[in-house]
Design a protein around this ligand. Structure first.
Ligand code: 2RA
Length: 329
């Protein structure tokens, strides 16, 4: 198959190349696209040197799949050109996630939705992916009706610049100097910032509303209620999420543990940390316990690599599902 990556120079685009090398897809050709300033740069892929092409030329002819690692506005501009060229566009941005004719897919949870596309398939938000994989085994026991979640989101969610800002602030502070915030609203080193995205009228941020809006679509449950608080923390590349989910029926903890053990894409470990979970594709689930407040509540802690499973790997697993028609691990 012939694959293109749009936005190949960013953290997610670069990770997409590495994951494509690792997985078993039969790739005849990889083409790399970025903005004009990156044209001419070269990257190595499977032992070959590939030169970056100018995305604005919009020449996607002959490609089977195009992976989008762009901001939403740019993705909106270019998506239809990709589809008209005959490729399936798998978009990591928020541009099309809530569009009715665009499937929103976590391959471990709703792989069947991949086959309902009309040219575009959307990758969910990173925190949504990680939490949906973690809760999948619970939802299989009894439908999840309500979720209360707090996220501890790595700076990689803000891209390369976010990671650079944290590292620069830590280095500066160690020298008794200060690096003023540019990417984040306040200093992120040795700090936590309870705001990711813009505020809605209801007092929740756009990032917080994604968990409910996207969760409803992925789980095919338009009555799902989610109360989410999203926090930026001084961690490089893995998101952690504390979750209490309330199910329709009471499910015994042992049954839930068994279901999670049989669920693809997770590791049960009691105290997973972002440092331990980074640079691999599984979601680690721990601190599983009956909730002390809600009769049918189950509480847990989960951690996933934001750049891999939270973005690049999930998108590539969607290609795997389309190519083989089976759920990927
Ligand atoms: C973040 N989920 O973590 C958002 C976008 N990647 O910043």
């Amino acid at each position: 198959m012939k694959i293109g990556i749009l936005g190949c120079t960013g953290a997610v685009g670069q990770q997409m190349m590495r994951v494509l090398e690792e997985r078993k897809l039969d790739i005849e050709e990889l083409r790399l696209f970025a903005s004009e300033r990156s044209v001419g740069k070269t990257f190595e892929f499977n032992g070959k040197i590939i030169e970056v092409e100018n995305m604005t030329n919009k020449n996607f002819d002959g490609l089977d799949y195009v992976l989008g690692a762009l901001e939403a506005d740019l993705s909106k501009e270019i998506a239809q050109v990709v589809v008209d060229a005959g490729a399936v566009y798998i978009d990591n941005s928020s541009a099309f996630r809530m569009n009715e004719n665009v499937p929103l897919v976590v391959p471990e949870v709703n792989p069947e939705d991949c086959f309902k596309h009309s040219g575009i398939i959307a990758n969910p938000n990173c925190s949504t992916i990680i939490s949906m994989v973690a809760m999948n085994g619970i939802n299989k026991c009894s439908k999840i009706e309500k979720i209360i979640a707090s996220t501890y989101q790595a700076v990689s969610g803000a891209g390369v610049k976010g990671m650079q800002e944290l590292n620069a602030q830590i280095r500066a502070l160690a020298q008794g100097q200060v690096v003023l915030p540019e990417v984040f609203t306040k200093q992120i080193a040795y700090n936590c910032i309870p705001q990711i995205g813009s505020y809605d009228k209801n007092g929740y941020t756009s990032e917080e509303m994604k968990m409910q809006n996207e969760g409803r679509k992925i789980l095919h449950n338009d009555k799902l209620l989610v109360n989410c608080t999203c926090v930026r923390v001084p961690v490089i590349r893995s998101h952690s999420i504390s979750i209490t989910c309330i199910t329709e029926e009471k499910v015994e903890l042992e049954q839930i543990k068994k279901s999670l053990q049989e669920t693809k894409g997770i590791v049960l470990e009691n105290e997973p940390t972002p440092l331990e979970v980074s640079n691999q594709d599984l979601v680690y689930v721990g601190r599983l316990r009956n909730d002390l407040v809600f009769e049918n509540g189950i509480s847990l802690w989960c951690v996933g690599d934001q750049i891999r499973k939270g973005a690049a790997t999930n998108a590539i697993q969607i290609i795997e599902v389309l190519e083989s028609g089976i759920q990927t691990d």
